[in-house]
Design a protein around this ligand. Structure first.
Ligand code: FMN
Length: 453
């Protein structure tokens, strides 16, 4: 029997405490050379795509810019367009919010990227979880969770219709009259609902993939529904083996309701890794990296964000504060449903800290720096393969802890072992689109073409 093939995405490290900025090897998060190195290394390792996350506002903490971040996030589409020029095969996937963008504008930008890259564009369609992003935008306000997903779903549907609105033969080359657009072969797209009122004639021709690949990240029931209707890939956080298998079964089981096959949606959870020549060496390294990821001030800041209180007097190596959170007002972060969410979060923190007898810092390490795969390259390769062969995932979105060299040793030491197992490609097929790399069905056959709602 042929082995199931592993799919890998390379996550460019950015603003969160996974990225270690105190390491002397850490480099710029904005210079093009960083992105270029990262993408070239991932292409050397035959990854399916590189992946950029996005935040639309500098993170704030107690009314000030979060001083554990080194930078915000440079613009996703500009970076991906530049990378299209220095790579040949690898997919280019950017996170772009459905809450704070407009479908027509985003569809043309992504459609353009698909043309520029020869069919390698992808879009991680996120709904963005924090109200405080909204303050950076014209409408200023915020949509509640359900409306964000309604908007996301209509946004994705509309984008697909715009991308499908040009038939492949809409551009006609005529010996007598030259090249022109046959307006019988470009459909107008109308969509009028509570959230949108659009009557559009798309201005970007059908792109090499038919449309960019759509990725989804978000874990609620609404998020899963969105994924099973619209996404080609899910970027999940389910990495514990049984939990991953359950998530996989649940999501894949819902696809038939939408007339989709299992292969049409790939699940690639985020995974961190630490390698060593022996298990002990890898574990020691993992502990050192975790301590760099969660410095004493990181641990205290984490708690302050949950409790919305000043914990500067607390010992990070001591127990959790025995005080109530301040949920008096929607905090500066403006999380939706803050009161219930905060209380649930705190009781979870207390439960884990008590069960495992953890100090503040070790608790935050346990929750945010618990590396997914730790061991020799052989061990890590065999674990990744096991997850895929036993249908816990279709592969992983691999996250390194260093910018931009964090995945170099994964490419050097783990990829060859996956190839030896016969579960991973050892070349790219010429002209393959991102859909092809991911083993997704071709788009044109399913594309919704036509005008009007
Ligand atoms: C793994 C993962 C990665 C995410 N990355 C981003 C991101 O880069 N930018 C963003 O604005 N939102 C991001 N989100 C937020 C989601 O789009 C969504 O708004 C949030 O998770 C709330 O939806 P949910 O209740 O369905 O999880 C991410 C969510 C998950 C689970």
């Amino acid at each position: 029997m042929t082995r199931r093939q592993i799919h890998l995405a390379a996550h460019f490290p950015g603003v969160n405490n996974t990225t270690v900025w105190t390491d002397p090897a850490a480099q710029s998060q904005i210079e093009f050379s960083s992105f270029e190195h990262f993408a070239r290394n991932a292409e050397r390792g035959f990854f399916d795509y590189i992946f950029l996350a996005e935040g639309l506002r500098l993170r704030e903490h107690r009314g000030q810019i979060h001083d554990l971040d080194v930078l915000g996030r440079p613009n996703t589409l500009a970076i991906l367009a530049a990378l299209a020029g220095v790579t040949e095969h690898i997919g280019l996937v950017g996170t772009l919010s459905t809450t704070f963008n407009e479908p027509y504008e985003l569809a043309r930008q992504l459609g353009t990227l698909d043309h520029l890259s020869g069919g390698r564009a992808g879009w991680n369609a996120v709904t963005s979880s924090d109200a405080f992003h909204g303050a950076n935008f014209r409408r200023g306000g915020y949509l509640d969770h359900a409306d964000r997903y309604t908007r996301a779903s209509e946004f994705a549907e509309l984008s697909k219709r715009l991308w499908a609105s040009w038939q492949d033969d809409a551009i006609v080359a005529d010996a007598a009259t030259g090249v022109f657009i046959d307006d019988q072969r470009v459909a107008s797209v109308r969509h009028q609902t509570r959230l949108f009122d659009i009557d559009a004639l798309f201005d970007v021709p059908a792109s090499p993939q038919g449309r960019p690949v759509i990725v989804q990240a978000g874990d609620s029931a609404d998020g899963r529904d969105f994924a099973t209707q619209h996404a080609d890939v899910i970027f999940s956080l389910h990495t514990e083996f049984e939990d991953a298998q359950e998530f996989y079964r649940d999501v894949k089981g819902r696809l038939a309701d939408h007339g989709r096959t299992e292969e049409s949606l790939k699940i690639l959870p985020a995974a961190t890794f630490v390698l060593g020549d022996t298990l002990e060496e890898a574990q020691e390294r993992s502990r050192e990296i975790a301590l760099a990821q969660v410095r004493p001030e990181t641990a205290i800041t984490y708690l302050e964000q949950v409790w919305n209180r000043d914990f500067s007097g607390y010992d990070p190596d001591g127990p959790l504060p025995d005080v109530e959170p301040d949920t008096g007002s929607e905090s500066a972060q403006g999380f939706a449903n803050r009161h219930a969410a905060v209380r649930a979060r705190i009781s979870k923190l207390r439960e884990v800290a008590t069960a495992e007898n953890l100090s503040i810092r070790d608790l935050i390490i346990r929750l945010t720096a618990n590396h997914t795969f730790v061991g020799t390259p052989e061990h890590v390769a065999s674990e990744i393969d096991r997850y895929v062969q036993e249908r816990a995932t279709d592969g992983f979105t691999v996250v390194g802890h260093l910018t931009p060299h964090g995945l170099d040793e994964f490419t050097d030491r783990v990829i060859p072992l996956l190839q030896e197992r016969g579960s991973y490609r050892d070349s790219y097929e010429d002209g393959a689109t991102l859909h092809d790399l991911l083993g997704l069905p071709p788009v044109r056959a399913n594309a919704p073409v036509g005008a009007g709602v």
